[in-house]
Design a protein around this ligand. Structure first.
Ligand code: DX5
Ligand code: ZN
Length: 220
């Protein structure tokens, strides 16, 4: 991927002013909306569900990248397609039949993503990587925004890059959790294509400038 992408995570937005924050992302240099759906079972937190995604999709003018942190995601693939998801990412750890799940996501016209927890080795994707459009490497344990970045992520990016090359795949590498201006360039240099950033963007005083900074760092 020539241009490296920034995906603000709406989990850190002000939900009482959601339309304002969506408009900010529309007007920014960000590339995607990253939408975190949590069920309180796969992760120890509940974020928001379909009605909120529907409201976001109504105003969002950029790619909608949905990150499902839920058990048995197959139940909702069709629903997420109907709600306007462009990319649907499921967790490796939540899928008993990952290959089947990936085909089902693509059959609904979405790009298929797989997220891996910090404890999940990249090599476990060896037999599915050719079918995966995007791998989301979790650089924190999923469930909450605002956590500290796990340094081992750099090793995992390099391992994933090597696996993608070995298999001749064209999978996009996304990094999710603890991304700031301190690690953005190093993550891209290691091989990342997309950086998700939640609290770093939404807790900053000038969100447009923060996104522009991240975009510049990622493409420097
Ligand atoms: C964590 C979510 C992330 C989160 C990132 O479970 O998947 O997308 O919103 O938030 P920050 O950037 O604050 O770590
Ligand atoms: Zn996420």
């Amino acid at each position: 991927m020539s241009s490296k992408l920034i995906a603000p995570s709406i989990l850190a937005a002000d939900f009482a002013n959601l339309e304002r924050d969506i408009t900010m992302v529309n007007n920014s240099e960000a590339d995607w909306f990253h939408i975190d759906i949590m069920d309180g079972v796969f992760v120890p937190n509940i974020s928001f569900g379909m009605p909120v995604l529907q409201a976001i999709a109504k105003h969002a003018k950029k790619t909608i990248d949905v990150h499902l942190m839920i058990v048995d995601p197959d139940r909702y693939i069709k629903t997420f397609a109907e709600l306007g998801s462009d990319i649907l990412t499921v967790h490796y750890e939540a899928c008993t039949h990952l290959h089947r799940t990936l085909q089902a996501i693509k059959a609904e016209g979405m790009q298929a993503g797989v997220a891996i927890n910090p404890h999940t080795n990249v090599s476990l994707l060896e037999d599915t990587i050719a079918d995966i459009d995007l791998v989301c490497i979790m650089s924190v344990n999923p469930g909450f925004g605002g956590q500290s970045f796990i340094e081992n992520t750099y090793n995992k990016i390099q391992q994933l890059k090597a696996l993608i090359a070995k298999k001749g795949a064209s999978t996009t590498i996304e990094i999710d959790g603890g991304v700031t201006n301190k690690n953005a360039k190093a993550l891209i240099d290691a091989g990342a294509d997309v950086l998700v950033a939640g609290s770093y963007v939404f807790k900053s005083a000038d969100q447009l400038a923060t996104i522009a900074d991240l975009k510049a760092l990622a493409n420097s």
